[in-house]
Ligand binder design. Structure first.
Ligand code: BGC
Length: 271
């Protein structure tokens, strides 16, 4: 149950890729609190995924842990078929898996480039394609939702903010942005809703160095007009809204959840 007891996702089945830690784990918990059954996907950390699933179940929700490398077609197809076999279908996909492999451009290896593209972009393509296939096959189930399915692509403020030293990451997220919008344009007539969430700086393991010490946090806050570093739940709540019929007329947009990071804060007293 959500804190308010409001369960807009009651009975819906969600797959969250990369649900074992960081933003993904908060998304799993928030969707479950809103009434969804949740597949907590992980690639390499079963412990984290199990913990998330246990927490969901101890709060009266339903969860299933599935291992899959989202960059591998077979793995993704198996994850969807296992879910459909157990729960009958899928209503929500949060394509969330993502990672960084940072290096200055001249030092960036092909392996680092490909790893980031494979997980962050190809992984979203493969998951979204399976979701679209299932939504199209099944169509609208009026008792559950007015849409035939919902896809949320987890992006980043770096889909529009260039990021030196992270060219592979920014390029992958820029790719996510236009993949999401093009897909949204294509599947709208099928009543499949596709949107993106672009988090700013959120306290997760991916950017621990940027907020761990008070000095680092102070420096990071220079980039955040709203003057706080985000929490994973900030993203989880946005994911609930974008998955629910409350946002039914919202399609093909990117919701920046970033405390104003995309407002060019350095211009506040300059320019
Ligand atoms: C990155 C973080 C970074 C944040 C804001 C995210 O997409 O993964 O490392 O702190 O963007 O710059």
């Amino acid at each position: 149950m959500s804190e308010t007891g409001y369960q807009p996702l009651k009975g819906q089945r969600a797959i969250v890729s990369g649900g074992s830690s960081g933003i993904g784990s908060a998304v799993c918990k928030c969707l479950a609190a809103a009434g969804a059954k949740v597949v907590v996907n992980y690639n390499s950390s079963p412990g984290g995924a199990e913990e998330v699933a246990q927490e969901i179940e101890s709060n009266g929700g339903e969860a299933m842990v599935i291992q899959a490398d989202v960059g591998k077609e077979d793995d993704v197809q198996k994850m969807f078929s296992q879910t459909i076999e157990k729960w009958g279908s899928v209503d929500i996909l949060v394509a969330n898996s993502g990672l960084q492999r940072d290096a200055s451009f001249d030092e960036l290896t092909l392996a680092q480039w490909e790893k980031v593209m494979n997980v962050n972009l190809t992984g979203q393509f493969l998951c979204a394609r399976e979701a679209v296939r299932e939504f199209k096959r099944r169509g609208i189930v009026p008792e559950l939702s007015v849409a035939a399915g919902k896809i949320i692509c987890m992006s980043s403020v770096h889909d529009i903010i260039p990021w030196a030293g992270h060219v592979n990451y920014a390029a992958s997220k820029g790719g996510v942005l236009l993949m999401m919008k093009s897909l949204a344009q294509e599947v709208a007539p099928l009543k499949i809703r596709v949107n993106g969430i672009s988090p700013g700086a959120i306290k997760t393991p991916i950017n621990r160095e940027a907020w761990e010490t008070p000095e680092a946090e102070e420096k990071l806050l220079e980039l955040i007009p709203y003057q706080r570093v985000g929490e994973p739940e900030d993203i989880g709540k946005a994911a609930v809204w974008l998955s629910s019929d409350d946002s039914d007329y919202v399609h093909g947009i990117t919701l920046y959840v970033d405390g104003g990071m995309t407002l060019y804060p350095e211009f506040a007293d300059n320019g």
